[in-house]
Design a protein around this ligand. Structure first.
Ligand code: PXL
Length: 277
């Protein structure tokens, strides 16, 4: 038996809910073989209100991991937290050289709960080295605004405008994760395939235990592409997968509540409404 090979180029979240930990759990749930090239290690300090430490690994350590993983023949990959311009450039160049087509760029710019952008030059580096390689990119509202050179979108029309601008930068498919910020009664995402816009909707899930949702969504898209789904089907299943994971989010400690990555397999998933708009 041979498994589809999925790679995450991402940070480690020592608390296990986001980052490559989320990605590998999600790859496993989708029946793919997961690999990781670690860019940074993120830690959280329980004695200082869970404030984050971000430890970037030496660039040679990243290069060595990229060499290892790409040598195996990757079916699909995603990127997550890439903390410096050098990490972004190194990752982008390795992806380009590998020739892998199923590339999902999750343009992580900040840790949830932290409001400082990791490094101000990162947005330009993502535009130069990553977006042109993206079969799919999955920004949240803030990230979409940064990439599009706009203020953070506040409504569906602004989400559409941002998606079109990001498409013009070379990403082929864009999913902007609106979450609950646009309409508190519903969770909206916008999917733009370069021609049509679709609204993906789930009823509001009443929980604040959603740490790792963004990484889990992008990882599910990646695994689905590796398994041969087309982009639209990959995105819709990923939305089901993460909606189930958020529905069953849980309290790890007084600071953080991760999603339950494997919830869809155990409990099933809520219905997703897809409407062309
Ligand atoms: O959710 C964004 C994210 C991505 N990657 C790592 C993280 C986080 C947030 O905590 O720690 C490694």
């Amino acid at each position: 038996m041979s498994l589809k090979k999925t790679l995450t180029i991402a940070g480690s979240d020592a608390s296990g809910g986001a980052g490559l930990e989320a990605d590998l759990k999600t790859f496993q749930e989708h029946g793919t073989y997961g690999m990781a090239a670690v860019t940074v290690i993120a830690t959280m300090d329980p004695d200082n209100n869970w404030s984050h430490g971000v430890y970037t690994l030496p660039i040679d350590v990243l290069k060595a991991q990229l060499k290892t993983t790409f040598s195996t023949g990757i079916d699909a990959l995603k990127t997550g937290m890439l903390s410096t311009e050098e990490v972004i450039k190194t990752s982008g160049e390795a992806i380009k050289t590998s020739g892998v087509q199923n590339v999902v760029i999750d343009p992580v710019m900040v840790c949830k709960g932290e409001d400082e952008v990791l490094n101000p030059g990162n947005v330009d580096a993502m535009i130069t080295y990553l977006l042109p390689l993206a079969l799919v990119t999955t920004p949240n509202l803030f990230e979409a605004g940064q990439l599009a050179g706009m203020k953070t979108p506040k409504n569906i029309d602004e989400m559409k405008e941002a998606a079109e601008k990001i498409h013009a930068l070379g990403a082929k498919n864009i999913v902007i994760k609106g979450g609950r910020s646009i309409d508190p009664t519903k969770a909206f995402d916008l999917y733009y395939d370069g021609e049509k816009h679709y609204l993906l909707e789930t009823p509001k899930i009443d929980t604040s235990y959603n740490h790792g949702a963004g990484c889990t969504f992008a990882a599910a898209v990646t695994a689905n592409l590796a398994n041969g789904l087309d982009v639209k089907a990959a995105v819709i299943e990923a939305k089901e997968f993460v909606a189930a994971a958020i529905t069953h989010g849980w309290k790890l400690n007084k600071f953080v509540g991760p999603v339950m990555h494997g919830a869809k397999g155990v409990y099933g998933a809520p219905e997703i409404t897809v409407t062309e708009i």
